[in-house]
Write a protein that binds this ligand. Sequence first.
Ligand SMILES: [Fe+2]
Ligand SMILES: [Fe+2]
Length: 171
Amino acid sequence: MKEISDREEQYLSIVNDILEHDEFMKTKDIMHHGMNRYDHSVRVSYYSYKLSKMLKLDYRGAARAGLLHDFFLVDNEALNIKEKLATLVNHPKYAVAYSSKFFELSDKEKDMILTHMFPIAITKVPKYMESWVVDTVDNAVSICEALYCRKGRFLKYANVMLIVILNYLKF
Ligand SMILES: [Fe+2]
Ligand SMILES: [Fe+2]
């Protein structure tokens, strides 16, 4: 993601093993909100990290769980409508199971992934503040991507606006 500069050494040191993992790299080939799942996940991870840092929460866990929150290799575009609806609610479970195969997850990180579809998955209420952060960031990023991903210019400006706001808030 372009907005993550080399200055973000701390962020990159937290997530680099995931970003460069062969299995995680496969998400680059899966469409998600009209773009690829890798970029969506990095975006959710990075803003969850920033927001958690500002709120003095577990930014390390938020960065890692944010990156893994959609880590499953089913291509939604290839599903029929019934399967898509089931996946919409169930994919956090798939993501925890798949992520656990390759990476060690704390209970809190599992919760961040499992509850990121709240309130669509109404019974999966976040237990931790960090889970609320990942859930909120994913909702905001997903809406932006779904509505405007094909209008690259808007997405670029939306990202720039987010960076300006985050920098203004100094987190
Ligand atoms: Fe998701
Ligand atoms: Fe997501």
